[in-house]
Each structure stands twice: as C-alpha cells, then as structure tokens.
Design a protein around this ligand. Structure first.
Ligand code: KG4
Ligand code: ZN
Length: 405
C-alpha cells in the first residue's frame, strides 16, 4: 500500500501558511477534500500521515465583508466559477491525478444548500469518471478533528467550535461519535464579530484592508482600553452550556450608534473610541464562551466523560483564530489542568485540508464511504452528535464569571 517516492512534503507552519521541503518521504493513502459549504471554495490533497500534498483556496471573504453577509446565490456562482481551478490546482501541486487517489471527500452537511450542491455535484462527476470512492463529510466534524492532523490528540477530548455559522461545545469520543453539551441558541460569535465590524465601518480603515470582520475587531481592539465599557453578561441565570450572541449584537450596535451620535460621525468615518468598543466586545465574547466551558469541565467530571489526566480542549472554527479569545480560554483550561490546542489560522477557517483529513480519518477506520455516490444528497441542517444539552441544564451546575483579564 505504501510507496516510497521522492515528493514535495508540505509542512504546516504557524502563520506562514505552508512551506515545503524536498525530501524522500513515504506517501501513504491520499484523499482529495472538497469544501463549498459556505463562502470558501477549498480543495486539498492530504496523505494518511497528515502531509498536505496540495492545497488551494478561493475565499469570498472580501465579497462577504463588502455586502455584510453571505448571499447564497452569489456564493454559489462564485463556487461554480472557481471549483474546477481550485481542484486542479490542488491536484497539480500534489502531483497526482484523481485516479491516484484513494477517495474523494466532500462536505455534504451542514451548510447553504446551493453552495453544498456545487461541491457535491463536482465530486460526483470526479468519482464517476475516475472510479474512486466518495466519502461524505460533516463540516463541523471536520473542524473538530483537524487538530488531530497536527498533534497527537487521543479520544475523548473536549471541543469548542466557534465560527461564522456555529457555536458548539462537545465531547469528541471517536471520529464519528460526539456528545453535544451546548450550542448556539440564536446567532453565532462570528456573525456578532462581523456585525460589529460592519456597523463600525472598520473596513474603511486602511489597516483593516483584506481582513475578515472578526480579524478587524481583534486588530482594532489592541488599541483599546478594556475598562472603558463594562462587558455584557448574557444568559447569567442559565445553567446550561448553551450560547447566545444576539443580545450582545444588539447591545454593541446601540453603543456604537450612541457614540456616533455623540461624536457627530458622518458618512464613512469611524468613532474615535472604536478600540475601546472592540476591546469591550471581545471581552464580552470570551467571558460568554468561558462560562459554558467551565460548566462543561464540571459536567464532564460528573459523568466521567474525559480522562482524569491528559485532558485536551480543541478550539477551532474561524473565531478560534482570535489570539485574545485563545488567551482567555487558556486561563479556563489551566484551572482544569487541560491542554489547549488551536490549529493555526489557515486550518481554523474553512478550507479543503480539513475535509481531506476527515476523509483520511474515515478511510483509516474503514467507515463512512458513500455506498452509492451518485445518489448522495446534501443536508443543509443537521444535528451534531448525541444531544446532551438538556442533561447538562438539568444538572444545574453553578459557575461564577471567571476573571479572564
Ligand atoms: O469557520 P469559518 O471560516 O466559516 C464558517 O464556517 O463560519 O469562520 C468565519 C468567521 C467569520 O465570522 C470571521 O469574522 C471570523 O470567523 N473570524 C474571526 C477572526 N478571524 C476570522 N473572529 C474573531 N477574530 C478573528 N481573528
Ligand atoms: Zn466552518
């Protein structure tokens, strides 16, 4: 099965995306991953040792920032325009053809229907033409397991997924077994970051050029004073591991509006204390993430869901790129003697690599192949794992607000 060939072996480096070295290395089974669930067209070839052999990504972040959200039919058209090039680029970089692959993995759930359809239709065409197996992938499961590509992380572990479309806390028991402890009751943290960035018109600041809304807020918050505006407490009496960001969105929208009025801000100008508002908002977000996380540790202890020694929390999804949030969550982890693992930013946001890696994990376990790829369907809304959210709430575990400063 394994072939010893001279190849480009890609190494993931923090922040610097991917570099490669030319070495003789062993390439095992290889999977092409295709991602089109939202606004990123991604494709990558990954081998069973976690080497990224080829990777291509066409991001729609700029369009999304410009119009203030993902417009499904517009996103679909961009996926359609780019899918072929993106897949070809990933294959070319990996120096393989589809026939050389052991499977094509493709995101089929959850996501925007017409966007999922572009990737799935393309994958169907590839597997039919070249007679290779197809592995349908759950986008959130792929986010949850990406960290295993870069570090040894044994099951079970705790995982917090924070992105533009989701917010959930779960125990990963196996590659296809998850226990859902908490989830977003309304909007996601990424959406809140994007709304705050847009309402403040941060994209008009030259230093925010080419950034996602969340990255803009993180950047501008560095210039701010966290104590200028008190953080907002959400779901304070609630004893669940659920999250709610819509109240936070409204609160900060109002604050920005008031500051704009006070400062007589017109047109595209930005309030003078944008840094203070961003710093306060970011602190509110991390405090709101921290409380359910505390509770999840305590619930896991009660139910013996995590190992006593060697606990790991994986934080992934676009919002996990945020260093300030990572620092805050690290403080919670230290209290529970838990290691925190956040994949590097290019693996936290949507990409083809995580889909290919999830395909590899399933291939290695010999599970998850589509029996009849041509009749495979996409599923826009789908639960994540076994739902323990009520069980958590019924335990009424009390936690205090942590001081994360
Ligand atoms: O995981 P992702 O790429 O796509 C979804 O599946 O949603 O996440 C995108 C989200 C966007 O809302 C973006 O603003 C946010 O992740 N994001 C950040 C940061 N970088 C990206 N949020 C906070 N801080 C960041 N540095
Ligand atoms: Zn995602």
């Amino acid at each position: 099965m394994e072939t010893d060939i001279s190849c480009k072996r890609y190494i993931i480096l923090e922040k610097t995306q991917i570099s490669f070295c030319s070495t003789r290395c062993t390439t095992g089974r290889r999977v092409l991953g295709i991602e089109t669930s939202c606004d990123d067209t991604g494709a990558a070839v990954v081998d069973e040792y976690g080497n990224i052999l080829g990777n291509a990504l066409q991001s729609q972040t700029q369009e999304t920032v410009a119009v203030g959200g993902v417009i499904p039919f517009h996103a679909r058209d961009l996926h359609k325009a780019h899918i072929e090039d993106v897949v070809e680029q990933a294959l070319k970089e990996a120096n393989v053809t589809v026939k050389d692959l052991d499977a094509v993995a493709v995101t089929v759930k959850p996501g925007i229907s017409m966007c999922l359809n572009v990737g799935l239709s393309y994958a169907k065409k590839l597997v039919q033409e070249h007679r290779v197996p197809m592995i349908p992938i759950h986008h959130m499961e792929a986010h949850a397991l990406t960290a295993r590509m870069i570090e040894q992380i044994d099951f079970p572990f705790l995982v917090l997924l924070v992105s533009g479309g989701h917010c959930l806390l779960a125990v990963a028991k196996d590659i296809d077994q998850f226990l859902l402890l908490g989830t977003a009751l309304d909007s996601s943290p990424g959406e809140a970051f994007d709304k705050v960035a847009r309402r403040m018109k941060l994209k008009n600041l030259p230093e925010c050029y080419n950034m996602s809304g969340g990255a803009m807020v993180e950047h501008i918050a560095k210039q701010g004073d966290i104590e200028k505006f008190p953080p907002l407490e959400i779901l304070s009496g609630n004893r669940s591991c659920n999250f709610s960001f819509s109240g936070m969105k409204t609160h900060y929208m109002r604050l920005i509006e008031n500051k704009e009025k006070e400062q007589e801000i017109v047109a595209s100008n930005v309030i003078s204390n944008a840094g203070d508002v961003c710093a306060s908002f970011q602190y509110s977000v991390v405090r709101h993430l921290a409380k359910p996380l505390h509770r999840a540790f305590l619930f896991s202890e009660m139910r013996e869901l995590l190992p006593e020694d060697g606990k790991t929390l994986v934080v992934s999804g676009g919002v996990a790129c945020n260093q300030y949030i990572q620092q805050g969550l690290k403080k919670v982890c230290e209290k529970y003697d838990c290691r925190l693992v956040c994949p590097p930013p290019h693996l936290c946001t949507d990409n083809g690599i995580m889909i290919a890696w999830n395909g590899i994990e399933k291939l290695k376990a010999g599970r998850g192949f589509a029996e009849d790829p041509q009749s495979q369907r996409f599923i826009p809304k789908v639960p994540f794992g076994e739902d323990l959210t009520l069980d958590v709430a019924n335990c009424t575990i009390k936690v205090r607000n942590a001081n994360l400063l």
